[in-house]
Design a protein. Structure first.
Length: 65
């Protein structure tokens, strides 16, 4: 299971967070907005998900930076 961790403004910011968390050994899923019949733009906001039980690890990583 995955739990919602944060929402960011666009795909570029989401990718930056993914690289940071990956460097710390934490898996992240990036989910674009779901719209019927449209493709997601790189400018659309993204939601980052972390594995269940690892949200405290993600918060600790954020606290360190």
């Amino acid at each position: 299971m995955w739990v919602e961790f944060m929402t960011v403004r666009n795909a570029y910011i989401a990718e930056t967070w993914c690289e940071l968390f990956a460097a710390e050994g934490l898996s992240i899923r990036v989910i674009p907005p779901i719209r019927q019949g449209e493709k997601a733009s790189l400018r659309d906001e993204r939601t980052l998900y972390v594995p269940t039980g690892k949200a405290h690890v993600a918060r600790e990583i954020l606290r360190k930076i």
